[in-house]
Design a protein around this ligand. Structure first.
Ligand code: UT7
Length: 325
């Protein structure tokens, strides 16, 4: 049986030039390089320049993804930007990206699922492709979290960074079985009861301010490992695959201990987990496409391999995609 599959035809990423190390942060808040590395694995993060906005980061990543996919901007039917740090309250960052890429056809919108944003955006784009409504979709995760951090709160300001990653998702015919290239299964979850464990204390209709990120880290950590392992099991079950079939896990990069704990729960070797958290810190919706692009460009990820992308974030939201590269 012939089915439409969404394949990632190319990826790209962008990191702002300015790097802030843990040592630099020692001068800002009561913290230490030792504490940050031991508790999170983070050594440094990239921070956007004053004149950079989220759409700038997104456009830089998108241009590389288009080039690597051998797809022109004119071929793009849809742009989905996952971000919680939009340029403006409205219009969407996606329409600004569309304009900056010189695209005047098709549609563009943002998806807001915080750190799970890229999985939400990818799944949305996959559904547009499977429904026959788009052939080439730009899916972007782009964030400037440095602008919503409370730089006096050592419990959060050391954890995040800025960046963007993008993929071109393209329609291809498949056989409808696991030998197909492209997205084979995806699953999204949310549970709004946990709003107060990870949130921004501002908003248009509440305070009329942007607000700052607030997190009860230990409780988020506890939920993360359980939810991530469980949603990965769901996509494995959907495709009748086992942990052994996974070539690479490309996780949201929040904390090295979460990556290790999830891999352990899934009985997947830590060597099969793509790790960038030490260099990028937590870039929210951008972290998965940033990690994916790094491992594609350095040759670790090769065509035919089975990948799991997974994330969990504020809301709570969480989800996973299983795909053959
Ligand atoms: O991306 C969305 C999902 N987000 C996450 O997944 C984040 C999940 N949570 C985490 O990664 C971890 O919980 C943290 C890295 C945020 C914190 O690690 P922890 O091992 O859970 O530490 P904790 O919050 O329980 O704090 C332990 C101690 C506290 O001191 P006391 O009360 O034991 O005296 C904190 O005040 O560490 C202290 N502390 C710090 N010390 C030095 C908290 N932040 C810092 C800091 N430097 N930056």
């Amino acid at each position: 049986m012939s089915v439409i599959r969404s394949i990632i035809s190319g990826s790209g990423s962008y990191l702002p030039k300015n790097i802030i190390t843990n040592k630099d942060l020692e001068h800002k808040v009561d913290t230490s390089d030792e504490w940050i590395v031991e508790r999170t694995g983070i050594k440094q993060r990239h921070i956007a320049a004053d004149d950079e906005v989220t759409s700038d980061l997104a456009v830089n990543a998108a241009k590389k993804a288009l080039h690597n996919a051998n797809v022109t901007a004119a071929d793009i039917d849809l742009i989905v930007v996952a971000t919680s740090t939009a340029d403006q309250t409205f219009p969407s960052t996606a329409t600004t990206v569309q304009y900056k890429l010189g695209i005047t056809r098709g549609a563009a919108f943002d998806v807001q699922a915080v750190c799970s944003g890229f999985i939400y955006a990818l799944t949305t784009a996959d559904n547009f492709i499977k429904a026959g409504q788009a052939k080439h979709v730009l899916v972007i995760g782009a964030e400037i979290f440095s602008r919503i951090l409370d730089w006096e709160d050592r419990g959060t300001c050391v954890l995040f960074g800025d960046g963007a990653g993008a993929v071109v998702l393209s329609a291809e015919n498949g056989r409808g079985d696991n030998s197909d290239q492209g997205i084979l299964a995806s699953k999204l979850h949310s549970d709004g009861r946990y709003n107060d464990l990870l949130y921004v204390d501002g908003g248009v209709s509440s305070t009329q301010t942007v607000g700052h990120l607030r997190m009860k880290g230990r409780e988020v950590f506890r939920h993360a490992v359980v939810n991530l392992a469980s949603v990965v099991k769901e996509v494995l079950e959907d495709t009748n695959m086992k942990s052994d079939d996974i070539d690479w896990i490309v996780p949201h990069q929040a904390n090295k201990r979460i990556l290790d704990g999830t891999a352990r729960k899934l009985k997947v070797s830590p060597e099969k987990v793509i790790v960038t958290v030490h260099k990028h810190a937590n870039t929210s919706a951008a972290s998965i496409p940033l990690a994916l692009d790094e491992a594609v460009q350095d040759g670790r990820i090769t065509r035919g391999q089975i990948l799991i992308l997974e994330a969990m974030g504020g809301g709570f939201t969480w989800g996973a995609c299983l795909l053959r590269w």
